[in-house]
Design a protein around this ligand. Structure first.
Ligand code: GDP
Ligand code: IMO
Ligand code: MG
Length: 425
């Protein structure tokens, strides 16, 4: 197989800058595939068409030659997708007839969104996941329980009615338990009919086209949502999302054999952020944390929440590189560190007096104190750099140290949010 498939995955807690890297790499891609997650994503893309916060649409939509697939592993809210498409059509005149949804993708139904908020509301403070309340968790729950509604169900009214009639009493019982409004069969059938009218032409079986692209060596990009630290198996469970943002999740969610993956690009900030609950060892509660938040503009794209900010955690990054088989690191937001006199990176943890050089399970992460190595800051602007040689020595030293610690090449360095503010080594 002469495949040309590149997976782009988040190797921290999300918001690493995946959108901007996919937008850059998609300029000559045949297909871009969002392989898991739903509209909980907030992928920022800034290019000649404007500034966009994409939630469910793949970040390859700005190249009209690129086919964009929302694949079987995702969960789709057609109301928010429609809104997102309308907004983009109005703002930059793109037709978006290059967007397709695999018929196997599960649908986020109105009751999923209500239940997401209610379930989170019932958790006590220490157990809160801080979900985006987009219905993602409840939708994946129904998928696993085999009572989900899929995109293909919209295309067959009888089948849809049978499935909705089967699951509705259970959903209404759950909603009543939380004191929420219930739904009638007619209401949901009407909602699904309206979705069918809008999306029937976009719902396809993506297997033949993806297989053909993979087998004939066309450039395919797999776009991850979130980062491995919120992976449902390998992240900080239970403060995770309900899918797998890893390369393994990409193979599964996009329907691509593991042997077809040629390159894996792990996107990582030059520091770190996390949105939502759970352990986060390098979190800063001091003025450096606030400075990272302000300079980095660290506020959620989907929820507007201030992001928790901290130094780069190389122990977690090493785990992420191993789990994903990362070959290229895209180091983003280097410019945000331009005015820090001292920059720290975590190289190990102290957990109840014991030294850990590797990332343990959540329970121990909650007790972990970071051990830091310090670097001298470069104290000059980097946002104009376009070549490795343009970077100050101290910034080069910082990047080379990261490379050495992770045993992985830093191939892309971004020094600003715009498409061209990128150094490719
Ligand atoms: P994603 O969810 O992984 O796509 O990342 P987000 O879009 O949620 O968060 C990344 C944020 O950083 C966005 O506001 C981007 O515009 C911005 N950004 C990306 N790369 C850079 C960079 O190199 N420098 C700066 N200053 N901002 C960047
Ligand atoms: P992108 O794609 C950062 C976090 C939430 C919460 C947990 C579960 O922009 O990186 P969910 O709504 O998925 O059930 O929430 O995951 N979370 C994100 N954090 N960026 C995101 O997306 C996120 N999507 C979910 O804060 O802790
Ligand atoms: Mg984001």
């Amino acid at each position: 197989m002469r495949s040309n498939v590149n997976a782009v995955v988040g190797i921290q807690w999300g918001d690493e800058g995946k959108g901007r890297i996919v937008d850059y790499l998609a300029q000559d891609a045949e297909i871009v595939i969002r392989f898991q997650g739903g509209d909980n994503a907030g992928h920022t893309v800034i290019n000649e068409m404007g500034r966009f916060g994409l939630h469910i649409l793949p970040s390859g939509i700005f190249n009209s030659e690129t086919m964009n697939i929302v694949s079987a592993g995702t969960v789709v809210n057609f109301d928010t997708m429609l809104k997102e498409m309308k907004d983009i059509r109005e703002r930059c005149g793109l037709e978006l007839d290059n967007v397709f949804i695999d018929e196997r993708a599960h649908l986020i139904m109105p009751y999923h969104c209500l239940l997401d908020g209610a379930e989170e509301g019932k958790r006590d403070e220490s157990q809160k996941i801080g979900t985006t309340k987009r219905g993602v968790g409840p939708c994946y729950t129904d998928k696993a329980a085999r009572i989900g509604i899929r995109a293909c169900d919209l295309l067959d009214e009888d089948r849809l009615e049978k499935r909705l009639s089967m699951l509705l009493p259970k959903k209404n019982r759950d909603l009543e338990y939380y004191g929420l409004r219930t739904f009638t069969l007619k209401e949901l059938m009407d909602k699904c009919r309206s979705w069918r009218l809008e999306f029937a032409n976009h719902i396809i079986d993506t297997v033949p086209v993806v297989r053909d692209a993979v087998e004939s060596g066309k450039k395919v990009l797999l776009e991850g949502q979130l980062g491995i630290m919120r992976d449902n198996d390998w992240g900080i469970y239970p403060y995770t999302t309900s899918s797998n943002p890893t390369v393994a999740g990409a193979c599964n969610g996009a329907g691509i054999p593991a042997k077809a993956i040629n390159r894996v690009c792990g996107v990582m900030k030059a520091y770190s952020t996390s949105v939502g609950g759970g352990p986060y060892m390098t979190e800063l509660f001091d003025k450096d944390g606030e400075k990272l938040r302000q300079i980095g503009g660290e506020f959620g794209v989907t929820t507007g929440r201030p992001r928790r900010c901290g130094w780069l955690d190389l122990v977690a990054a090493d785990y992420a590189c191993y789990m994903n088989g990362v070959m290229d690191i895209a180091l983003t937001k280097l410019d945000v560190l331009d005015t820090f006199k001292t920059i720290k990176v975590c190289t190990g943890y102290n957990i109840e007096g014991e030294y850990y050089s590797y990332l343990p399970e959540t329970r121990l992460q909650e007790k972990a104190k970071p051990i830091y190595e310090e670097f001298e800051g470069w104290m000059c602007p980097t946002s104009g750099a376009r070549r490795w040689e343009d970077l100050p020595d101290k910034a080069q030293k910082y990047i080379l140290a990261i490379e050495k610690a992770l045993g992985t090449r830093v191939t892309y360095i971004s020094v600003g949010p715009e498409r061209d503010q990128l150094i490719v080594r």
